[in-house]
Design a protein around this ligand. Structure first.
Ligand code: UT7
Length: 352
């Protein structure tokens, strides 16, 4: 049975840097608060009318393909993870195919959500296809344009200061090389906390998940359900909301738990990890996980200081940066771990 290796990595972040000081012009916050609570110093926002989730994803994919030495038309499958797609439908997968100039219609394009865990979920899908022998080369992209959907008033500050835009990509290929590739992946979900970190509107829920439909912005309409209502717009109900402390507490429990699972599944120990790349949710969460696991600074990679939380893009951006910086070498044991909205979480352990 072939194994799945990462053959090439790539990333793209917009040029437009937004500092904490820039945000203080829109909302009541401070550089000190943001650094202290999150470790974030700055983030990138897309350039208007020029960049989008699929466009950034395409740039990251081009770099990953070039580093893998693979042409777009050699791909068997595209998997695109995002919570901020260009269109409600179709998804970014087909836009990426078009923008990469792939005219081969024999290729599939899968769009997945899974928010902060989107990349790890995507890895598990790609790994299953490759190990089964069905596909040889898969492009996995995580990209986000958060800046289009944030509340820049003081009301939205706990969410808005965290997020940034960007894209990362990997080319996953079949390998027969001994002791190389993905050793184990585990994914999890707990839908009982779905609304603790969510963007509820616009949507087709029609208020059914709340005893008070109006609290979700639902207003009855003559035909069907209200997808987006004047009330949602007027009352700022179209932005993401987060129960920050609750998410934080769950994240610091789930990260070590799922990392432990892939280590056990592979018969390895935390001391064996050469590099842990956690989803960049909050530097304080990553530091907590590092401490809990007793890992040294040189065993972890963080870049949230520069880019903020880029959700599905954060792991592939961090991984591509670490690879470009010479931090990942052949034979290294790399662990990728994520937790986020859903709740969904997961980890993957791979031998580089
Ligand atoms: O990637 C997906 C997963 N997401 C996460 O893992 C995020 C997890 N949560 C967090 O990272 C943290 O909960 C936050 C960074 C979002 C918030 O930090 P916190 O320490 O949990 O703050 P808090 O929400 O408990 O708020 C504490 C205070 C409040 O003021 P009062 O009520 O004590 O007067 C907030 O209004 O801080 C206030 N606050 C802010 N003040 C200045 C909240 N956001 C800000 C802000 N600037 N941006």
């Amino acid at each position: 049975m072939p194994a799945t290796c990462i053959k090439g990595t790539g990333y793209y972040v917009p040029e437009n840097i937004v500092t904490n000081a820039d945000l203080t012009r829109h909302m009541d916050t401070s550089d000190e608060w943001i650094r202290e609570r999150t470790g974030i110093e700055e983030r990138r926002y897309c350039t208007k009318h020029k960049e989008s989730t699929s466009i950034m994803g395409t740039k990251a994919a081009e770099m990953a393909l070039s580093n893998a030495g693979i042409r777009g038309d050699e791909l068997d499958l595209i998997i695109f993870a995002t919570l901020s797609p260009d269109y409600y439908f179709p998804g970014c997968g087909v836009l990426l195919q078009r923008q990469l100039g792939i005219t081969n219609t024999g290729i599939g394009a899968i769009d997945i959500r899974n928010q902060c865990s989107g990349f790890v979920y995507g890895l598990s899908i790609a790994d299953a296809y490759i190990r089964s022998g069905m596909y040889k080369n898969i492009l996995l992209v995580g990209a986000e344009t958060h800046s289009m959907g944030l509340d820049f008033s003081t009301e939205g500050r706990n969410v808005t200061v965290i997020f940034g835009d960007g894209a990362g990509a990997v080319v996953l290929s079949a390998t027969d090389e001994e002791n190389r590739g993905i050793l184990a992946t585990r994914i999890h979900a707990d839908g009982s906390h779905a609304e603790e970190l969510a963007m509820i509107n616009p949507g087709s829920h029609g208020g059914v998940h709340s005893e008070d439909p109006a609290a979700y912005g639902y207003e009855s309409s003559e035909y069907g359900k209200t997808f987006i209502s004047p009330k949602m717009l007027a009352e700022g109900m179209i932005y993401p909301n987060m129960n920050g402390q609750f998410v934080f507490k769950n994240a610091v429990a789930r990260f070590p738990e799922v990392i432990g699972e892939v280590l056990v599944a592979s018969g390895l120990k935390k001391e064996d990890i050469d590099l842990l790349v956690c989803h960049q949710a909050n530097l304080r969460i990553s530091q907590f996980v590092q401490k809990r696991m007793g890992l040294r600074d040189d065993q972890v990679w963080n870049n949230i200081q520069k880019y903020g939380n880029t959700t599905a893009a954060s792991i592939p951006i961090a991984l591509a940066e670490a690879v470009a910086g010479g931090k990942v070498n052949k034979g290294d044991l790399v662990c990728l771990a994520a937790f986020g909205s859903g709740f969904t979480w997961g980890a993957s352990l791979l031998r580089w």
